[in-house]
Design a protein around this ligand. Structure first.
Ligand code: NAD
Length: 499
């Protein structure tokens, strides 16, 4: 399967059919749905929709593969497999780039430097981590004078169900597939129905390198009352790892409750950026520009709430406005495009409803708030312009609810304590970024912010060995580095009397 990286549209005359990958074979089903380009609404592919029977076959195949030997492979053997998967992606790098760009409309450079590069890095990182993982060991002295040693062994969980979103398809899908396989699990994975392409290519890579059948199973389809829910309700699954909206996380939690499955959730956010008057002004403007508008604001870590200390407020708003207006919105296939469309017409409707709501709530629209017109096929796409609001109270829905588009609200603040309180006064707790040149202030504020991730003078810099996840509505548990190794394995404490 290949996608084009040139031309005004990724569409071809004959739409291909993206199939499931179950028990080492590509299989179709009775039903299929359209995968549409967000750039111009054209048909990219038809995608098979897994019914309950297909999900069942995938789970049974995964269970069988687990018992047939994957679960007892050594860490070194699995590390080798992970490197071979990474090599396989590398060998088809431009196919992956083209597929990601076709599905999402994001600029080519982003797909190359972030999405696909990170997909490879995910496999290599967890290959290295599993090879070097070590166990805890304790010498214990009991009350009766005896001596014991305690150590911890790891076993795979069994079969892991993986459900991922559309906003960073390859990056987030592999972020879970890689550690799950590394720890000896077999997987049944469902990418978002909006972005099925790179996951299908990944299945092709698994097939090409000869990964044992059933170890990696891919099912396509929708969420509620469909493939996603069939997977979460399946009793043959040992754990579910999910990235997506908070309310979907809540629905999945209910679905897995009866089976008391392990869960790991990476959910929504309403992240804040805090700019102190002592910040390096240009670096802060550039940083907030990135944190608000990267990937058309469709990164869970994006800042939709920006707080700027009052002495520099007006100057900051003016500078960010200038930069936002210089963003080149357009097709990823045009030279110089820095922002593509939203993922779909449906998602654009949601974002536009917030554009209207902001005006009703009394916002000043500093820039944007519109649908750009192009006079060509892109008018059938899902574009909006980068948008900045000011003047809303902290209680406004546009300041409290996740929009997930290229938009931020900027508000002034007067003191450190005040801004910490306002940042924390949120139902979400995923990430925050702080811009200051005072070292002690950066540390002091970071430790008081109630989020899973805090950046100081940086944004979206990820060392894959560090814990990743959110507090409150933003998630449950942490993945990354040894935290992933812990989630994707069952720990047993062995306690041995030696004297
Ligand atoms: P979504 O919750 O609508 O869908 C995510 C996945 O869940 C899709 O594969 C979908 O088919 C499936 N799904 C939907 N309902 C389901 C159900 N009832 N049972 C089982 N599966 C179901 O999310 P989205 O719109 O694809 O992604 C955007 C959201 O993801 C945003 O809220 C964003 O903040 C969040 N996100 C969070 C992180 C993070 O790391 N915290 C990262 C990326 C995105």
């Amino acid at each position: 399967m290949t996608f084009e990286t040139t031309g005004t549209s990724a569409a071809r005359r004959e739409p291909r059919l993206l199939r499931h990958y179950i028990d080492g074979e590509f299989v179709a089903g009775a039903a299929a749905f359209d995968d549409l380009s967000p750039v111009d609404g054209s048909l990219i592919a038809r995608v098979c929709e897994a019914d309950a029977a297909a999900v069942d076959r995938a789970v049974l195949a995964a269970r069988a593969a687990q018992r047939a030997g994957w679960g007892t492979t050594t860490p070194a053997q699995r590390a080798d497999w992970l490197h071979r998967i990474a090599d396989g992606i590398q060998a088809r790098f431009e196919d992956f780039v083209a597929a990601e760009v076709a599905d999402t409309g994001r600029p080519l450079v982003q797909a190359r430097t972030l999405d696909i590069a990170r997909g490879i890095a995910n496999f290599r990182t967890f290959a290295d981590l599993v090879r070097t993982a070590h166990s805890e060991f304790f010498e214990t002295h009991a009350a009766d004078g005896s001596e014991l040693i305690n150590y911890v062994t790891r076993k795979p969980l069994g079969v892991v169900g993986i459900i991922s979103p559309w906003n960073l398809p390859m990056l987030l899908f592999t972020w879970k597939v890689a550690p799950a396989l590394a720890m000896g699990n077999c997987v049944v994975a469902k990418p978002s129905e909006e972005t099925p392409a790179t996951a299908t290519l990944l299945a092709e890579v698994m097939h090409e390198i000869g990964l044992p059948r059933g170890v990696f199973n891919l099912i396509h389809g929708h969420g509620p009352n469909a493939a996603g829910e069939f997977l979460t309700r399946h009793q043959g699954i040992d754990a579910i790892t999910f990235t997506g909206e908070s309310r979907t996380g809540s629905a999945i939690m209910k679905a897995v409750a009866d089976g008391v499955k392990d869960i790991s959730f990476e959910l929504g956010g309403k992240n804040a950026a805090v700019v102190f008057a002592d910040a390096d002004f240009d670096a802060a403007v550039e940083g907030v520009l990135k944190s608000s508008f990267t990937n058309a604001g469709q990164v869970c870590l994006c800042s939709e709430r920006v707080y700027v200390e009052r002495p520099i407020f007006e100057r900051f708003v003016a500078a960010l406005k200038d930069k936002a207006e210089a963003i080149k919105v357009g097709s990823p296939y045009e030279e110089g495009t820095t922002m593509g469309p939203l993922i779909s017409q449906g998602h654009r409707e949601k974002v536009l409803s917030y554009f209207r709501l902001a005006v009703e709530e009394g916002a000043t629209v500093v820039t944007g708030g519109k649908v750009p017109t192009f006079g060509d096929a892109r008018d059938q796409g899902a574009f909006v312009s980068p948008t900045i609001w000011t003047g809303l109270p902290d209680t406004a829905r546009c300041v409290t609810e996740e929009v997930f588009g290229p938009v931020c609200h900027i508000a002034p603040f007067d003191s450190e304590d005040e801004v910490i309180g306002r940042v924390n006064d949120s139902a979400y707790g995923l990430a925050a970024s702080i811009w200051t040149t005072r070292l002690e202030r950066g540390h002091r504020v970071a430790r008081q912010i109630e989020t899973g991730i805090v950046w100081v003078n940086a944004w979206f810099v990820r060392d894959l060995r560090t814990p990743f996840g959110g507090t409150k509505l933003s998630g449950l548990g942490r993945e990354g580095g040894r935290h992933s190794l812990d989630f994707y394995s069952e720990l047993t404490n062995v306690c041995v009397r030696i004297a």
